[in-house]
Design a protein around this ligand. Structure first.
Ligand SMILES: NC(=O)c1ccc[n+]([C@@H]2O[C@H](COP(=O)([O-])OP(=O)(O)OC[C@H]3O[C@@H](n4cnc5c(N)ncnc54)[C@H](O)[C@@H]3O)[C@@H](O)[C@H]2O)c1
Ligand SMILES: [Zn+2]
Length: 271
């Protein structure tokens, strides 16, 4: 199994890394798999009976901003503090050693690939990034870097004032992340990234592409669908799906039912 994965990597001309929340688990981050997973990570919301879908809703920034920023401010601080695990570097070394080109496609909003040294112009963040802000209205199409200090009362998961505000209209701002029932998200940054990703795929269509998928869940299957679209549409692309609980994929693609870091280190050991 690991030999097979090593062969795909050894033979690859280019790499696509697709990643969901499971990629962060070995860095100590929670995934949100099911309400149980979410409530284990956030007991305060368990007490209130609120799911991930309930919390990740843009209306809170208008109706109850300290609650909205409680969830997103906590996550901002968490992702800022997190050190990406060695698995991020293992893949980057494979790429660099070959001098190969690559693209990252992730639903994670945590900025961990950038932190691990992947180039900003080779990353598609399909749901946006917590490290960018926008106006909640929005009054303009401007987005700006999140340099705010946000303090949270973690017992009640509420942000303490002052809350981040829009520099143009003074309204409470929000992360430039696609939430649930979200009609105000400004998608321009993600659209530019999408365009770069499309160009990358077009230019590599005839080459052997290793698609390494890590920790992508099936409840919001955006990332799994992206891997599959590339893997089934491009003749020379092969997917290595790494996921301890939901590893299924049909041959010729391969399935590694292991945590991301463990699987990457096992592949590295036979490369
Ligand atoms: N870090 C983040 O940015 C973050 C974290 C949680 C959720 N989200 C958002 O929530 C949504 C969740 O969807 P999702 O599919 O990414 O996550 P998910 O929580 O639904 O699924 C996580 C997947 O990771 C797998 N997994 C668990 N531990 C793993 C490990 N150690 N190694 C590899 N895989 C492991 C699980 O089996 C599962 O399939 C996304 O839309 C995303 O934007 C983002
Ligand atoms: Zn504004």
């Amino acid at each position: 199994m690991f030999e097979e994965a090593a062969t795909i990597i050894r033979d690859a001309d280019a790499f696509v890394i697709t990643a969901g929340a499971g990629m962060g688990v070995d860095s100590g981050l929670p995934d949100f798999r099911g309400d149980k997973g979410f409530w284990n990570a956030y007991p305060a919301y368990s007490r209130l009976g609120l799911s991930f879908t309930d919390c990740a809703n843009p209306r809170h920034f208008a109706d109850d901003p300290s609650f909205g920023w409680g969830f997103y401010g906590h996550r901002t601080n968490l992702y800022r503090e997190t050190v990406p695990h060695t698995g991020f570097h293992v893949i980057k070394e494979w790429i660099d050693k070959k001098g190969a080109d690559y693209f990252v496609v992730t639903s994670n909003v945590d900025g961990q690939f950038q932190k691990a040294g992947y180039a900003d112009n080779k990353i598609l963040e399909v749901h946006g990034s917590i490290h960018w802000l926008q106006c909640q209205t929005p009054c303009t199409s401007r987005i700006w870097r999140n340099d705010e200090t946000i303090t949270i009362d973690e017992v009640i998961m509420r942000a303490r004032p002052p809350l981040p505000r829009c520099p143009d209209c003074g309204e409470v701002s929000r992360p430039n992340i696609l939430m649930f029932g979200d009609w105000s998200w400004l998608p321009d940054r993600t659209r530019i990234q999408e365009h770069a990703c499309d160009l990358f795929l077009q230019s590599r269509a005839e080459q052997r592409i290793a698609v390494i998928e890590l920790g992508a869940g099936s409840s919001i299957p955006t990332i799994r669908a992206t891997s599959e679209r590339i893997g089934w549409n491009l003749e020379h692309a092969t997917i290595i799906r790494i996921n301890p609980r939901e590893p299924d994929i049909a041959a010729p693609h391969i399935s590694l039912p292991y945590p991301a870091l463990d699987a990457l280190q096992r592949i590295a050991a036979v490369l």
